[in-house]
Ligand binder design. Structure first.
Ligand SMILES: [Zn+2]
Length: 395
């Protein structure tokens, strides 16, 4: 994973630009194939020679190939296509309830997947993940690497899962253990960072053209992934993006993972919304899930709708703070709550507007993630994509 290190900024800058340009060219081929070098150069405003260099490199790596276009009189143009099925990646999404292991191609098309409940015992979870990955390696060839996302803090250098609050797992050398068991390169990151990366690589075009954005991942907890200059901003020891623990008020309906009732997570996570719903509808069975509650809201259940709108208000409040501090080009809301976007968008946006009055920063557009239920899984897969394209050494 690339990481911006200001101490090495002068050295990093040239590599960073090259990495970003490569990402831009690859995205153009992916989106608009078949496309010529000249068209890419025109649309991206990159110099023709730069585009040619990058295309040659991508060709060498077997990621794109050339075909002959239709002649309009003269010599037929050479067009570029993506060799999507040329290689595969394995993504592992370790969630608080479920773990998904999947195989996908270069454009994020999942060809095989397996789901199982996440075991609270870290050894049991690791054994289950390993056997699933090993099975997929036997079936699918050309697997380039494995990307894993976890709901917790990950060291961006060593890829050790430092702390997963839900399970109280600490210092789990996940990457090195999985590498040993599979003989493949392994990249591990926090789920919100990975989801942000997925939006960058595989999200809708209007997001892919944005170089600075924040992804807010609402789950049992609340995490944020910051994309800065087309890369995940990690901070020291990967601890950036912990906005879920910024103070937003007092007396939240639940406590955050660290036990405080003042954090954004305590006001706007799935747990907070469920707690509000139970307060409003105590007669409803206690085991209702977040998704079921969203479905109820869609079906005009007043208590579900109200609980969701109150969450939308707190999401708007938090996003207003992030916007004031970081001035992103866009904010993306991800997690199951994105399914309720038509219900909550109005409340969220009006809260955002009401809370940016004292700021000179213009309002950032807020979108719901378009990656659906698979945002985190695609995030895990994007870790492999990003790793592949971050490498500046030609394959
Ligand atoms: Zn907290």
């Amino acid at each position: 994973m690339r990481r911006i290190n200001l101490k090495k900024a002068n050295v990093a800058r040239a590599d960073t630009i090259r990495y970003i340009n490569r990402q831009i060219v690859l995205n153009y081929v992916r989106e608009k194939e078949p496309i010529s070098r000249a068209e890419i150069s025109q649309e991206t405003e990159l110099q023709r020679s730069t585009v040619s260099l990058i295309v040659d490199e991508l060709k060498q790596r077997g990621l794109i190939y050339e075909i002959e276009g239709e002649s309009t009189g003269g010599r037929p143009p050479t067009l570029l296509r993506l060799r999507a099925a040329g290689w595969m990646a394995i993504g592992v999404d370790i969630g608080t309830a479920q773990t998904t292991v999947a195989v996908a191609d270069l454009v994020g098309r999942v060809v095989d997947r397996e789901k199982f409940p996440t075991d609270t015992d870290v050894r049991a979870t690791f054994r289950r993940v390993t056997s699933s990955v090993q099975r997929f390696i036997k079936i699918h060839r050309n697997i380039e690497g494995i990307g894993v996302c976890v709901p917790g803090l990950v060291d961006p250098e060593t890829h050790v899962a430092l702390f997963v609050p839900h399970f109280k797992w600490r210092n789990w050398p996940l990457a090195s253990e999985l590498r040993k068991a599979t003989d493949l390169p392994v990249t591990v990151d926090n789920d919100a960072n990975a989801a942000a990366l997925a939006e960058l690589w595989l999200g809708r075009p209007e997001i892919r053209d944005v170089r600075d954005f924040i992804l807010v991942l609402v789950e049992e907890g609340l995490g944020t992934g910051i994309i800065f200059d087309g890369q995940v901003y990690q901070g020291v020891a990967g601890a950036a993006g912990e906005f879920g623990h910024m103070t937003i008020g007092k007396g939240a309906p639940v406590a955050c993972a660290a036990g405080s009732e003042e954090c954004w997570e305590a006001f706007a996570s799935e747990r907070a919304t469920l707690a509000r719903y139970r307060q409003r509808a105590p007669q409803v069975e206690s085991e209702i899930t977040f998704l079921q509650r969203i479905d109820k809201a869609v079906a005009h259940d007043e208590a579900a709708n109200d609980a969701l709108l109150e969450t939308a208000y707190y999401l708007g409040l938090g996003i207003a703070n992030l916007t004031k501090g970081l001035s992103p080009e866009a904010v993306i809301l991800a997690g199951d709550i994105a399914r309720a976007w038509p219900l909550i968008a109005g409340e969220l946006r009006s809260t955002l507007a009401a809370n940016t009055i004292c700021s000179v920063v213009p309002l950032a557009p807020v979108f719901a993630s378009t990656l659906g239920d698979d945002t985190r899984l695609l995030g895990a897969l994007s870790l492999v994509l990003a790793r592949k394209f971050a490498s500046v050494v030609p394959a």
